[in-house]
Design a protein around this ligand. Structure first.
Ligand SMILES: Cc1cc2nc3c(=O)[nH]c(=O)nc-3n(C[C@H](O)[C@H](O)[C@H](O)COP(=O)(O)OP(=O)(O)OC[C@H]3O[C@@H](n4cnc5c(N)ncnc54)[C@H](O)[C@@H]3O)c2cc1C
Length: 356
């Protein structure tokens, strides 16, 4: 059995982000690391998007940055400027390649498909495999997207369509999301916020086809890429073990009101790298308690008032866009928080706070 100073379980977004952060800050010159990852090959499987509220290591993996986004309900539409915090999309294929090329150059970094041959007794473990308690009432954000190319220039490539709620809701919360990478190329996703056991919402292909032809009025297009996923809108179990910490989704890095995780993973990686020499005694990096509290209330409102959610999301951006973005990216001041809270319908939030 081989021994290593550090073991990273899962070479996905958080595992690789952490390994890269340690490597570029020369924390693996005298330490050994093994990354446990079962996949046979890395290819583009996700498009990570976020408002750039902090610096990250992957500006060369950004497909596109935008200064505008829009949101629509069946009755209203709003264009929002985000010059101070551009909306960015990262191509996971470029991200995996950049990191793996860098890590392969360090002889102290090893890769293994499973943990069987690794003696972890004296290692420190960073685990990115979440443990979920099976509960059919938990909410998930689940989605399916296709990247399409058209012959003519049909997309406004200066504006992301963040949420288009002008579509059937089926007693859940449903919107389409469009990332226009070029005037003739966009990723179009159908996104649902619902309980995980509702398979009747997963006729994704039909939803996408219908949206492209009837809402976007596009008939001729070629599909160049597809992605599908689901993000838990609840926290995985946090089982405390000696010499082991959870990272990424497993480590509670997802904002459960929105699913945004990528930049939190980058912040967590930086924090771990700064504290790596005393990692056993360092406090655990967490999303601030105020966001966890507000997100739980928000999701309670969502569960009980799905038909009101398009209007509620719309109102969130009816305040200063910087405040809304900072709030959704865990960077808000008390004034930003208040400006969002005051826009929310009071009575249904009060009922949610008191558990009604
Ligand atoms: C399709 C998709 C799109 C997303 N888009 C966004 C977005 O736009 N913005 C955003 O902020 N967040 C987004 N997220 C949420 C979040 O950023 C991602 O889920 C992110 O990949 C989470 O990183 P992670 O390291 O926790 O998990 P992962 O990236 O899933 O990494 C876990 C790794 O563990 C490996 N693994 C599996 N089984 C084992 C095993 N038995 N032993 C060892 N390793 C194993 C997997 O192969 C994988 O590589 C998206 C999620 C999905 C699924």
């Amino acid at each position: 059995m081989k021994e290593f100073d550090y073991v990273i379980i899962g070479g996905g977004c958080s595992g690789l982000s952490l390994a890269y952060e340690l490597e570029i800050h020369k924390k693996l010159e005298n330490k050994t690391l093994v990354i446990i990852e079962p996949r046979n090959e890395y290819k583009r499987d996700k498009t990570w998007s976020f408002w750039k509220t902090i610096d990250h290591n992957f500006s060369d993996c950004v497909i596109k940055s935008w200064n505008n986004f829009s949101i629509q309900t069946s009755t209203k539409s709003k264009d929002v400027k985000c010059d101070n915090f551009q909306y960015q999309s990262i191509d996971s294929g470029l991200f995996y390649r950049k990191i793996n090329e860098k890590l392969k150059k360090n002889k102290n970094i090893f890769f293994s498909k499973d943990i069987k041959g690794v003696d972890t007794n004296s290692s420190f473990i960073f685990n990115s495999l979440p443990t979920f308690k099976k509960n059919h009432n938990d909410l998930w954000q689940h989605f399916y997207g296709v990247e399409i190319e058209t012959q003519n220039s049909l997309f406004n490539d200066s504006t992301v369509n963040l949420m288009d709620f002008n579509c059937e809701q089926r007693n859940s919360v449903h919107f389409f999301y469009i990332l226009p990478f070029q005037k003739n190329k966009a990723l179009i996703e159908t996104t649902w916020l619902s309980k995980g056991n509702n398979d009747s919402l997963k006729d994704y292909d039909n939803q996408i086809k219908d949206y492209i032809s009837n809402r976007l009025k596009i008939d001729n297009y070629k599909i160049t890429y597809k992605e599908e996923g689901s993000i838990p809108l609840f926290y995985p179990l946090n089982i405390k073990e000696k010499n082991k910490i959870n990272i990424g989704t497993a480590g509670g890095m997802t904002r459960i009101s929105t699913g945004y995780t990528f930049l939190n993973i980058q912040a967590q990686s930086k924090y771990i790298r700064k504290n790596i020499d005393n990692i056993k005694s360092s406090r655990i990096f967490k999303i601030k308690a105020k966001y966890k509290y507000l997100d739980k209330i928000f999701l309670k409102v969502l569960e009980n008032n799905s038909q009101k959610m398009p209007g509620i999301f719309f109102e969130m951006f009816n305040t200063s866009s910087d405040s809304a973005i900072k709030f959704l990216s865990n960077k808000s001041s008390i004034f930003d928080d208040l400006s969002i809270i005051l826009k929310m319908p009071k009575w249904i939030f009060i009922k949610a706070i008191f558990g009604k």
